[in-house]
Design a protein around this ligand. Structure first.
Ligand SMILES: [Zn+2]
Length: 284
């Protein structure tokens, strides 16, 4: 048997160690971002529901660091409901990392302070960008990104954030303002089931959306991927009050809202995902 020089063996060994270490580092941002492709023209995102720390990244010293508790769970519950009512899967992207380290719903300059956070921040947004581009191709009839948040100031209210219609410009152009605030809109259905929503499905801009929840102070996701951009989708930020996020009756009402919206505005009878024979989600 041929014997390799000891120096060469050591070199090979070091190469192997480095390769596996590199792999472990590269896998870390992916571990901190939950991402799943779907087959419905719906993308659920949740930037503020994570609890995980990020190796070598210190706590942020500025900006909001409080989490939107139960919003990953809410996204997952919505996905399960949509599977039952529509027979398909929404796309899902959620930050498992804590907002204490990165605020994924901010532009890069305001999202984190340590350069070690960049790869994790990029992993979250690369995944959304990738799904948005894929969905643009796959669903030419339109697709919707729902950015799921929580707020505690109005614990029983759902606030809508679309920059007063700008992030759903394509939807409104195609279907009119009732697609955002009419009876078959997401929050139109939620309101019809007895929940308080703001704005209360009145004509867009009267009253204006609450600036705290429509991107006045953030809203980076709906603004960046919204259909005010030709390569964006329609996007809506939903700020779910603290008392509602774990309420199964509310979760069912919200998923009915998404399902009714899908059937009214997104469903393409020619697509293999056509589900008109599935159970009517509005049925009692
Ligand atoms: Zn939030």
């Amino acid at each position: 048997m041929m014997t390799l020089p000891a120096g060469f063996v050591r070199f090979l060994f070091l190469l192997l160690i480095q390769a596996s270490a590199g792999k472990a580092v590269a896998a870390e941002p992916e571990r901190l971002v939950l991402a799943r492709a779907g087959n419905l023209p719906i993308l659920l995102t949740a930037p503020h529901g994570g609890l995980e720390g990020i190796p070598n990244v210190p706590l942020r010293s500025r900006g909001t660091t409080s989490m939107d508790a139960y919003t990953i769970e809410l996204a997952e519950a919505l996905a399960r409901h949509l599977m039952n009512s529509l027979g398909g899967q929404p796309y899902v992207v959620a930050a498992r990392f804590s907002r204490k380290y990165i605020d994924a719903n901010r532009a890069e300059a305001d999202a984190f302070e340590s350069p070690h956070a960049k790869s994790t921040y990029d992993a979250y947004h690369d995944q959304i960008r990738h799904f948005v581009a894929q969905m643009k191709q796959r669903f030419p009839q339109g697709a919707l990104l729902v950015d799921i948040h929580g707020q505690s100031e109005d614990p029983g209210v759902v606030h809508r954030g679309t920059k007063n219609g700008a992030t759903v410009a394509a939807l409104i152009r195609k279907h009119g303002p009732e697609a955002l605030s009419g009876p078959n809109s997401i929050l139109g259905v939620v309101q019809s089931k007895g929940y308080k929503v703001f704005p209360p499905n009145t004509p867009i801009g009267n009253p204006l959306e609450d600036r705290r929840y429509n991107g006045g102070n953030g809203g980076y996701t709906v603004f960046t991927y919204g259909s005010r951009n030709p390569d964006g989708l329609d996007t809506i930020q939903i700020e779910v009050g603290r008392d509602l996020r774990t309420d199964s009756r509310f979760i069912a009402a919200l998923s009915d809202g998404v399902a009714v919206f899908y059937r009214t505005y997104l469903e393409d009878p020619l697509s293999p995902h056509y589900t008109s024979n599935a159970i009517n989600p509005s049925a009692p």
